[in-house]
Design a binder for this molecule. Structure first.
Ligand SMILES: [Zn+2]
Length: 93
């Protein structure tokens, strides 16, 4: 298999995620496979932006990233989203 980003060959993906499909898709979207280096780059990218990526099936790195950026996982099934926690304030759903 190859890394979906840099196309480097790898035995096993270091991480992977799956994007949301659209109503026009005939089949569910393919997972995006990442090598170690691209996972590091990806984490650095989102850390710099300070926001979470929104994937249908989340990558393993997202949990640690969410802790750093102050996001929590909300919702169920296809409505699951990362949500930014506000400091010293509780938001009503
Ligand atoms: Zn790569």
């Amino acid at each position: 298999m190859n890394c979906s980003y840099c196309k480097k060959e790898m035995k096993k993906a270091a991480d992977s995620y799956t994007n949301f499909g659209t109503v026009l898709d005939l089949e569910p979207p393919e997972p995006v496979l990442l090598c170690k280096k691209c996972v590091r780059d990806e984490i650095a990218f989102w850390l710099e932006l300070g926001v979470m990526p929104n994937h249908w099936i989340m990558a393993k790195y997202e949990k640690a990233l969410a802790d750093k950026l102050g996001y929590i996982r909300c919702g169920e099934h296809e409505y699951v989203r990362w949500k930014k926690l506000k400091l010293q304030q509780h938001e009503a759903e």
